[in-house]
Design a protein. Sequence first.
Length: 182
Amino acid sequence: MRRRRHNRPKPKAQVKLRLRLNEQIDVPEVMVIDIDGENRGVMTVADAVILAQSQEADLVEVSPLAKPPVCKITDYGKLQYKQAKQDQQAKAKQKKVDTKGIRIGFRTDKHDLDFKKGQAEKFLTKGHKVRIEIILRGREKAMNDKARENLTLFTKSITTPFKTEEEVKRGPKGFTTLIAPL
């Protein structure tokens, strides 16, 4: 019997918007902003390129979707450097939140539940989200009410303040809920 392979779609690589400059600009007329930030008005691309070269700079299309497109006379290398710095600062300001998982069984003993409760509290104080799962095996799957009750009792026993992001819901192996720190 032949095994079937499940090909997951690969995540799309983010395409970085590349700015067009000088002769790459393919529209007849553009709005030109001078190297000093002064608006020079609408002119043909050829005239704008000549103006940029006279100022020893590049004509860079900064807003291609505008009517007419907006071009700025600037040093392209400096513009790229500023953009890279802005991207780097934005990335540094982002906070990455991990989701930690805790699994409990249907018949997990009190001491083990206390230990896992301590783990959940530690994760919450560190700022992580916590996915709590109760795993059901065999005949335990017939006792959905009791499993849901065990999971809610476990989440109520956690003393660290938290908010529930996902209510208790049925999964393929049991029940899950997602909590996050306040």
